[in-house]
Design a protein around this ligand. Structure first.
Ligand code: C5P
Length: 234
């Protein structure tokens, strides 16, 4: 039985949250690290639940923490929690497996992008609703990007005007995401990558600076400061 949030919503959000977060330094699973006294996952789910299109939220948690994550999130929003896998792709597949067939739009959102505003969720969902099979939120690349050889010699400078940094939530027509996951034998770092391999066009919409992924210790420091800024959606 899957928990329902908003009966009028047409979107299920699948949240892979089973990663160890080793790049963040020692500590528990990344999604359960604290930001301003609350686990990252609480911040993430609170913002997802505030998006009117969202009908259900499915979390893939570390297998040992499924019950604890359910207890943690129940006061925040109705959620379904499943055991995640060893790779992000397996965690997404486990969560996708419990999304009912009648939900037409599925978003995949990293738990680690815990400050993503509800407006980004709505923007991605709206683009899928308008007809796109796959939608990703992106930002322009601000740094100069070089291709570098294993011996640290620069091979060339990439034209950054054609590059985009990709965030989540990534949105899909549910049948397209299921087909992409069924076909993906090799590991991919994002779900749109698996859709691209099927030859299906992926559409870009503007992302948000607030949708940064908490990966390194400096990201937690940055996020702590960002929490003190006014809500851009307010
Ligand atoms: O490690 P990375 O930051 O790329 O992970 C992205 C997201 O995927 C995180 O929210 C993490 O919890 C999740 N993940 C997962 N299962 C794994 C590995 C990562 O759900 N086995």
């Amino acid at each position: 039985m899957t928990a329902q949030l908003n009966a009028r919503g047409d979107v299920a959000v699948v949240v892979p949250a089973a990663g160890a977060g080793l790049r963040l330094g020692p500590g528990g699973p990344k999604a359960l690290r604290l930001l301003d006294g609350e686990p990252l996952l609480v911040h993430t789910v609170r913002r997802l639940a505030a998006a009117p299109s969202v009908r259900m939220i499915v979390i893939a948690a570390p297998p040992a923490d499924v019950e604890a994550v359910h207890s943690l999130l129940s006061p925040v929003a109705p959620v379904t929690v499943v055991a995640g896998g060893a790779e992000r792709q397996e965690s997404v597949a486990a969560a996708l497996a419990v999304v009912p067939d009648e939900v037409a739009i599925v978003l995949v959102h990293d738990a680690a992008r815990c400050l993503t505003p509800p407006s980004v969720v709505e923007r991605v969902a709206a683009a899928v609703r308008a007809g796109a099979d796959a939608v990703i939120p992106v930002l322009p690349v601000v740094d100069t990007i070089k291709e570098v050889a294993p011996d640290d010699t620069v091979l060339g400078t990439v034209d950054r005007s054609v590059l985009r940094a990709v965030q989540t939530p990534q949105g899909f027509r549910a049948s397209v995401l299921r087909a992409a996951h069924a076909a993906a034998a090799d590991a991919h770092t994002d779900d749109a990558g698996a859709v691209e391999k099927l030859g299906i066009p992926v559409h870009c919409v503007p992302g948000s600076d607030l949708a940064l992924k908490i990966t390194r210790p400096i990201d937690l420091a940055l996020a702590t400061h960002l929490l003190t800024l006014p809500d851009p959606d307010a």
